[in-house]
Design a protein around this ligand. Structure first.
Ligand code: ITT
Length: 188
């Protein structure tokens, strides 16, 4: 059961796991305070809250964009970087903060940590999608910082990629595939 209040994350998890035969149930309960200091701590807070509320094994995703010259920020604060949750306002602020930084110094990556919590287990999986920050926003697909993120190996933004391409390369894809692998063979 995927504990998230973010419909885009849920849509991507379904698009990624559906084709390999895994149905993703969703849970959206009272959102616990994300008081952790890392993606892992926050993912665990969300997965534990869902497991405790329902008694059903749950996983949660904590993710964000990390810009190298900003020391990894926005990082765990990606969703509320401008103080609010509006994706465009968050993106515009980040672009403004980075406006004087040359293209070669704009390395950035998307990070996704998934925590899975059940009676027996607490385990996490992390995916990193390297790339760099664009100078301007472009593209209509995806969500969040996709319009300002140019994945490694591309010259277009993640929001200009077809969703199937993003969902076969992204940080979320990598973390979900590790989780799938773990359940296929927990001893591996
Ligand atoms: P839940 O905690 O309910 O799952 P949330 O949106 O609050 O949803 P996070 O605290 O993990 O989730 O914040 C993630 C933010 O990072 C998200 O709102 C985007 O701004 C950004 N982000 C994460 N993955 C992204 C992706 O694939 N594309 C673009 N932006 C992404």
């Amino acid at each position: 059961m995927f504990a998230t209040g973010n419909s885009h994350k849920l849509g991507e998890a379904r698009a990624i796991l559906g084709p390999v035969g895994i149905e993703v149930e969703s849970y959206s309960g009272p959102e616990p305070k994300e008081t952790g200091t890392s993606f892992l701590e926050n993912a665990l807070i969300k997965a534990r809250a869902a497991f405790e509320a329902t008694g059903v094994p749950a996983f949660a995703d904590d993710s964000g964009i990390c810009v190298e010259v900003m020391g990894g920020a926005p990082g765990i604060f990606s969703a509320i970087w401008s103080g609010g949750r509006d994706d465009k306002t968050n993106r515009d602020l980040l672009l403004a903060q980075m406006q004087d930084i040359a293209p070669e110094n704009r390395a950035a990556s998307f990070v996704c940590t998934i925590a899975y919590v059940s009676e027996e287990t607490e385990i996490s999986f992390t995916g990193v999608w390297p790339g760099h920050l664009a100078m301007t926003a472009s593209g209509d697909h995806g969500f969040g910082y996709d319009p300002v993120f140019i994945p490694e190996g591309f010259e277009i933004s993640a929001a200009e990629l077809e969703p199937e391409i993003k969902n076969s390369l992204s940080h979320r894809y990598m973390a979900l595939m590790q989780m799938r692998q773990y359940f296929a063979d927990p001893t591996a």
